[in-house]
Write a protein that binds this ligand. Structure first.
Ligand code: KIV
Ligand code: ZN
Length: 522
């Protein structure tokens, strides 16, 4: 189906913007670039790459993604102020195809308490912001924040004014996840019926999952006439998250009889995209999550297994292969060479530079020495643990532990901090405590450890441990992950990963406050 067909649904991915706003999901530039590359391979139509005025990091990420992702439209978010819009345009300078996405709240509760603006002033800001954005780029999206709690007449006036000012996409966010499907569908039908120039713009859904209805609402919006869906991989996002892309895409594909629409998503890349986002953000995917959960295609009950053996359509409405789920295969061993390793990385979907391949290969060799069987999951865990950490300020070097029932347990840790080698020995209440105390001694910080979790990457006593650590500092939450056959080394790596993320997050400042009624506004 052509992208201009009436039934083509554009996929607008906001994993790197709304998804990244979820507590603990902050990503560095290298990580964002890896996700952007994945999104391009996946075939998304629009990548919302960030909120350029929010921080220099966000600005740089949008700018760099715009340079490398040439097929999708690259989008930058901006509030309804001149500074935001100019910053977004600047970040998008090198994009082959660029979009500014500007928004303002339109619901009574947001206008009164958040913006402290009268509706007429908001309407003026809509016209001013869209006009300015349109003077800078040809593709402008306007969002009515908290649209589902907005007065319908006022929403129609704002949408009509935004289109008249040059908006090419109109987004109707269910910002607080309040809508139910029938109601959300009716908003789109109303806009199509009542807004005279509605045929000059594409309507878009943007649903949050506070009541668990984000996907259902997005699909209802499509049935109501939306032809763009805003979503994130794994449903990542603030609070309960955004609508999950994989669920929307597979629902449209599997139930094309009920919803005769199409997307441009290469569905066989879905599993890989899900794993990448999960490993980069350290947000686990729940086992029974639709489409990408570990159990999504597992059949354990006898009745189900019997039916599946006779015909897989008895209990399977789509195949695991259609979303890129493959059987776990035994892969490489001790004798495998660099060439085979590189080929395996490509098969698993990693496109790495020579240095990254060399680093990963070194760790693979170490692993193959310790572990009899090396599975795909092992390789993915070690690559995810290695790639993108070159520029980290704090690096793990080595760890020696004295543990056992006769304490005190002792950790001797070597770390590189800003290029300088540091070493210390610390005692603790158990080897993990001793290790974390050693990290604190070498890099003093106030962050509190909120979560420490270990799981085995594969079966067997020689399995790699994958450790997750969550730290919090002054309201900032970060997650880190580390993998190793030695659980304590994995723990140190995970803590250090979280610490590096905290440093990235500390460097971010809140966007400057914007006074829409002053000359700074538009
Ligand atoms: O949820 C929301 O309203 C948003 C807007 C910025 C589009 O994320
Ligand atoms: Zn949102």
């Amino acid at each position: 189906m052509s992208t201009t067909s009436d039934n083509y649904v554009r996929i607008f991915d906001t994993t790197l913007r709304d998804g990244e706003q979820s507590p603990g999901a902050a990503m560095n530039l290298t990580e964002k670039l890896r996700i952007a590359e994945m999104l391009e391979t996946l075939g998304v139509d629009i990548i919302e790459a960030g909120f350029p005025i929010a921080s220099n990091g966000d600005f740089e990420a949008v700018r760099e993604i715009a340079k490398v992702a040439r097929k999708p439209v690259i989008c930058g978010l901006a509030r309804a102020g001149a500074a935001d819009i100019h910053r977004a345009a600047e970040a998008l300078e090198h994009a082959e195809r660029k979009r500014i996405h500007t928004f303002i709240s339109t619901s009574p509760v947001h206008m009164k308490h958040k913006l402290q603006m009268e509706p007429e002033a908001v309407l003026e800001a809509v016209v001013g912001s869209v006009t300015l954005a349109r003077s800078l780029v040809d593709d402008v999206e306007w969002s009515a924040e908290d649209a589902t709690r907005t007065d319908p007449d006022f929403l129609c006036r704002c949408v009509e004014a935004a289109i008249k000012a040059g908006a090419t996409t109109i987004n109707i966010p269910d910002t607080v996840g309040y809508a139910v499907p029938s109601e959300y569908q009716a908003v789109f039908e109303m806009l199509i019926n009542r807004v005279p120039n509605m045929d000059q713009a594409i309507l878009s859904t943007h649903c949050h999952n506070d009541l668990g209805l984000a996907v259902a609402n997005s699909l209802a919006g499509v049935l109501g006439g939306a032809r763009q869906v805003e979503c994130t991989i794994n449903g990542l996002g603030e609070r309960a998250g955004n609508a999950a892309m994989e669920e929307i895409v597979m629902a449209l594909k599997t139930r094309s009889d009920a919803m005769p629409m199409e997307t441009g998503i290469v569905t066989t890349e879905i599993a890989r995209a899900s794993k990448l986002v999960s490993s980069i953000t350290s947000f686990p995917v729940q086992y029974n999550k639709a489409i990408v959960g570990k159990n999504a295609f597992a059949h354990e009950s006898g009745i189900h297994q019997d039916g599946m053996l006779k015909n897989n359509q008895t209990y399977e409405i789509m195949t695991p292969e259609s979303v890129g789920v493959k059987e776990t295969s035994l892969v490489l061993g001790k004798l495998s060479g660099r060439h085979a390793f590189r080929a395996k990385l490509e098969e698993l979907g990693y496109r790495l530079g020579d240095n990254a391949v060399n680093d990963a290969f070194r760790r693979f060799k170490d692993l193959a020495d310790k572990k009899r069987e090396v599975f795909d999951e092992d390789i993915m865990a070690l690559v995810d643990d290695e790639v993108g950490r070159d520029n980290d300020a704090v690096k793990f070097v080595s760890l020696r532990i004295i543990a056992g029932s006769e304490g005190p347990q002792e950790a001797t840790l070597k770390m590189e901090v800003d290029g300088e080698m540091r070493e210390t020995t610390a005692n603790g209440d158990g080897p993990v405590d001793a290790t974390f105390k050693a990290i604190r001694a070498l890099y003093p910080h106030e962050a509190r450890l909120q979560l420490y979790q270990v799981h085995a990457v594969t079966g067997g006593t020689d399995a790699q441990a994958e450790v997750s650590v969550r730290l919090s500092e002054g309201g900032k939450i970060v997650l880190g992950q580390g993998a190793d056959t030695d659980t304590l080394v994995a723990s140190a790596r995970a803590y250090i990963h979280a610490l590096n993320r905290l440093l990235t997050k500390r460097a971010r400042t809140a966007p400057p406050d914007m006074d829409l009624t002053s000359a700074e506004g538009v």
